[in-house]
Design a protein around this ligand. Structure first.
Ligand SMILES: Nc1ncnc2c1ncn2[C@@H]1O[C@H](COP(=O)(O)OP(=O)(O)OP(=O)(O)O)[C@@H](O)[C@H]1O
Length: 248
């Protein structure tokens, strides 16, 4: 469904992404992992074109998308979250979800009033995520995990085919983390393809069908969680300590 071919993003002499190639199969939950600075977020940024790649290609459902603007990519069915929640000032959760979704569409941003259709759609998504109780909370009063759920709700407003989640577990308490895992599984069961960047190895190994491992801007391993867990390059050179602990 998503194919990244020989992707490069260079910042002067820094090769943040340096010829990365990988595929995300339709209907899968695929993880993109690697040590700090491996180039995972930069790869996400290039795929969603929030940064312009230096070279390489990104294909979505057989169509090249690396030349498209971010809102066009969203319209093609690819939406992403950010590591840091994009909570907008002085707005309720419901308003945040609607306005963030408008920002992704760009053209709708300055539409004056919230339509009944937008409100109904946002409420049904909040309901699916089990957070209607916080619909009228000020976005500032939310826990870190609730903000992640709010971001997920905003992303779902665009009816995506594939979602890119940047560290959905980061800073989230264990109870809410299980909720988020449940939602990702439920969305995937409904046919949504998921690409996820995450440092929580336990979560990645439980959740993912395939794991792509990056280091120094390149893909060093690509396989099932079991294959990646046992790959000597991954174990020894990059994530050894963490994965060995998880495997024990
Ligand atoms: N805008 C930028 N300007 C210069 N260097 C950058 C920029 N963005 C990223 N880098 C560098 O590119 C490399 C890859 O960074 P990136 O954030 O993509 O890695 P990551 O795998 O997502 O790391 P982490 O897991 O810590 O979030 C790092 O060395 C980083 O310092």
């Amino acid at each position: 469904m998503l194919e990244v071919k020989n992707l490069c993003k260079h910042y002067g002499g820094i090769r943040a992404v340096d010829g990365a190639s990988f595929k995300v199969e339709k209907g899968s939950i695929t993880a993109l992992i690697g040590p700090n600075g491996a180039g995972k977020t930069t790869a996400f940024n290039c795929i969603s074109r929030t940064v312009v790649p230096t070279s390489g290609e990104v294909w979505l459902d057989g169509e090249r998308i690396d030349n498209l603007r971010p809102h066009k990519i969203t319209a093609k069915g690819l939406s992403r979250t950010f590591q840091i929640s994009r909570n907008l000032a002085d707005m309720t959760v419901l308003e945040n979800v609607i306005v963030q979704a408008r920002c992704r569409g760009f053209a709708d941003l300055f539409r004056p009033a919230v339509s009944a259709e937008e409100r109904d759609k946002a409420m049904s998504i909040l309901d699916f995520l089990g957070i209607t109780r916080i619909a009228y909370e000020d976005g500032h009063n939310l826990s870190y995990g609730q903000k992640k759920l709010m971001d997920l709700a905003a992303l779902l407003m665009a009816d995506p085919k594939i979602i890119l989640l940047d560290e959905p577990a980061g800073g989230v308490n264990p109870t809410l983390l299980e909720e988020i895992v449940g939602h990702i599984r439920a969305l995937n069961a409904k046919g949504l393809t998921v690409l996820i960047v995450e440092h929580n190895m336990d979560l990645i190994m439980r959740l993912s069908h395939r794991v792509v491992v990056m280091a120094h801007g390149r893909v060093i391993c690509d396989g099932t969680p079991d294959v990646v867990r046992r790959d000597p390059h991954v174990l020894e050179a990059y994530l050894g300590g963490v994965l060995e602990e998880e495997a024990a």
